[in-house]
Design a protein around this ligand. Sequence first.
Ligand SMILES: Cc1ncc(COP(=O)(O)O)c(C=O)c1O
Length: 396
Amino acid sequence: MEHATQFELHLADRMSRLGTETAFEVLNRARQLEREGKEIVHLEIGEPDFATPSNIVEAAVDALHKGWTHYGPSAGLPELRQTIADYVSRTRGVPVKSDEVVVVPGGKPIIFFSILSLIDPGDEVIYPNPGFPIYESMINYVGGRAVPIQLREERDFGLNVDELASLITDRTKLIIINSPQNPTGGVLSRKDIEGIADAVADRNIFVLADEIYSRLLFEGEHFSIMSVPGFKDRTILLDGFSKTYAMTGWRMGYGVMRPDLAAHVTRLMTNSNSCTASFTQVAGVEALRGDQSSVTAMCAEFKKRRDAFVAGLNKIQGFSCRMPKGAFYTFPNVKKTGVPSKKLATALLEEAGVACLSGTAFGEFGEGYLRFSVANSLENLDKALYRINDWTHKNL
Ligand SMILES: Cc1ncc(COP(=O)(O)O)c(C=O)c1O
C-alpha cells in the first residue's frame, strides 16, 4: 500500500511472516466486480447465510437496554462461562468448571492466544494441510516451526495416524486438529481421534482441538479428544457461536483449557481486547440455553444443499467431489481440468461470475482442489453449477 511520506515504514521483522485468509481478498474482488455491474454467485466466504435466531437477537437488544454496555471481566461474564462449562461438560462428556473457560471475540483469538502462550521460536507445531490458513500464519508469526500433516482425499480428508506419529519429535509442543474440517468437510472418527491420542501417548504435548463446526455434522456423533481419558489437561478446545448460531459478525467464541493456562490466556485478553462485548455475552447465554431448533434446521438445509451441489459438481468435466461429512464446504478435485487451482478459481470468478477459493489458500497440499461454500440458496448453487459447467465447455 503506497503512502506519500518522507518517513520510511520500518515494520517489525515478524510482520513478514504473517499470513492471511484469502477468503476476504476474494470477497473484496467479487464486490469490486459487482460494482462494475457483474453478477456474482458468492461461494467463497465461510459463514451461514441465515439470520441469527431471533431469540438471541432479542436477548442482545434487551441486554443493551438493561445497560450491559460496559467493560466486563477479561475471561468473560461468570454466567456465560458457567453456561459454556455446562454445555461442554454435556457435549464432551467430561466435567468442566467455569474457571477453565475463556470467552473471546470469535473462535480465532483462541488460535492466536494458544500459540502465543505456548510456542517459543523453534518449537514445532503440527497442523492440518489443507487447513484453516490462520494456523500456519500464527505459527510462523511467533517463530515456531510449522509442520504440516497432509489430509488426503483417498482417506476422505481424514488424517493418517501413522504419518502423524512420524512427525512428532522432541520439539513438538502443539498439535492442531480440526473436525469437522475447513476446507474439506472431513470429519475425524472416534477411531481416528483415539489413534491421535495413542500417537501422543503420555508426551507433554498440547492438542488444540478446533471444533467450531461441531454442530454442523451430517452423520454420526461428534467426538472430541477432550473426552479421551488423560487428555483433558492437554486439550485446548476451541468452539464458539459464529457458525452454530449464524453469529459471525457478533464476534464471540471461547476456549476451554486447564485453569492455569486459562489464566494466561486471560492475561492476553486483558492486554488486547480487555473483554468480549458484554451484551453479546448475555445473548450467548440465551444461544446455549434457549431453543436449539434453528441449529437443527440450518444443519438440515446445509445437508440438502451439500447433496445437490456435490451431485452437480460430479457431472462437470474435470471435477470430482467426495461427500463432505460436516461443515458447509465442498472440496472438489479439479486436477483433471489441467488448470492450476489458483488460475481456475480466478477464471471462474472473472469469467463465470462464481466466487470460490483455490485449494492453495489452505496450504500447499490444497493444489488440485477448489473450495466452494454451500452457505447460499439452492437456486444460487444451481446457477453456479450451470455457470461452471458452461465455462468448462467453452474453455477445456
Ligand atoms: C476452522 C475454523 N476455525 C476457526 C474459525 C474462526 O471462527 P470465528 O469467526 O468465530 O473467529 C473459522 C472461521 O472460518 C474456521 O473455519
